[in-house]
Design a protein around this ligand. Sequence first.
Ligand SMILES: Cc1cc2nc3c(=O)[nH]c(=O)nc-3n(C[C@H](O)[C@H](O)[C@H](O)COP(=O)(O)O)c2cc1C
Length: 386
Amino acid sequence: MPNPLHSIFGLRNNGLPLVFLAPIAGYSNSPMRRISHRYGAAMSYTEMASVTGLLHPDAKKTWGLLETTKNEGPVVAHLFGTEPDEFAEAAVRIEQTKRFVAIDLNAGCPAKRITDQGAGSELIKTPQRIHDIIAAMKKAVALPITVKTRLGSTPDRIAAFEVLAAAEAAGASALTIHGRFASQGHRGEANIKLIGEVKRRAKIPIIGNGDVHSRYSAWHMFEETEVDAIMIARAAVANPWIFEDLRMMFATQVKPVKHSPTHIRPRREIAVIATALESHLKLEQDHLQLLYAKYGIPETGQVEEALVHVFRYHLFRYLRGLKGSAGVRRQLCDLNTLDAVRETVKGCFEREEAYRAREKPPKAKKKRKKKVAVAAEEIPPRIGQH
Ligand SMILES: Cc1cc2nc3c(=O)[nH]c(=O)nc-3n(C[C@H](O)[C@H](O)[C@H](O)COP(=O)(O)O)c2cc1C
């Protein structure tokens, strides 16, 4: 059966299951979207932008969040707010940019600064408002309107079915469900069963989200829920290889083993990490220069500072698991120049190289007696793997 999301978002159909890059405030900007697309993300979302901010006379900073460049693949504009009229007006302006394949309503962010305004996951408490926001945007623009939400506010009350019904009644084209309650933040495991239940009840396509970080978890999400696409957030930060890895798995159709060591980020050559890191840094630099040329942000002289500030959160994740990466993490706040960043990275790579050089080559396998054999999945990850 054809996947309706291809036609809704105008996605290229290569016959493989759809994997999207999630909206990640502070991360999923143009450079991250470009990198993720290069490695196989079928579509990505902007960082969240405030509709009130977009309509403000001095809206440069908020529009900067929605800035796109070429080679990002299809991008969805991800918005938060509370007022249907504001959403409608912002949607018109967003449509005029011709940069986006859809507009997505944030009805899941539990951050206090968002919920205090009545936005994000606070909207879950009033599905009628979700309905009215979607309906207002539907009336104003031709772009598909979607919504991203959670299972409910607190585990004692599942609200996802009401949100789904409101979204469907208002004409939403798809719904993303993160399998946690707002009160959980990112704690506990995503509830795959409930995501599946939402999918079973839905008349519109469903995008499943939560804890996809490996071949096995991606496979499991599709198999258990039959969602139309999956969305990845945390596991894609400084790890664009995940999209490539999943594409290879789906292309070969080899079912991964539960608790397989691929749960852990596979160890990569230092040269591979170094190249990806430098390429990302360059894209961030180009992007900040574009923002400066177009919106005058950040102000002159602050470009390098802003670059280092944006990049250091990616940086320590690229270095995760390498020797000395914990030290880099502790030093992050003191890294204020590009030279300092490069020096720190170099030191970390050198320590890791020395560590790898000292590692003993694996011994030739001996035939083990059946009685003492240990399944590969039970062997704990070796130090140094990440
Ligand atoms: C740093 C961070 C920022 C996030 N920003 C947003 C956001 O702006 N909008 C949103 O809907 N979800 C946001 N999320 C939630 C993710 O999109 C996703 O739903 C959640 O992390 C679960 O997916 P994962 O297990 O793949 O990380 C954010 C998550 C993180 C960790």
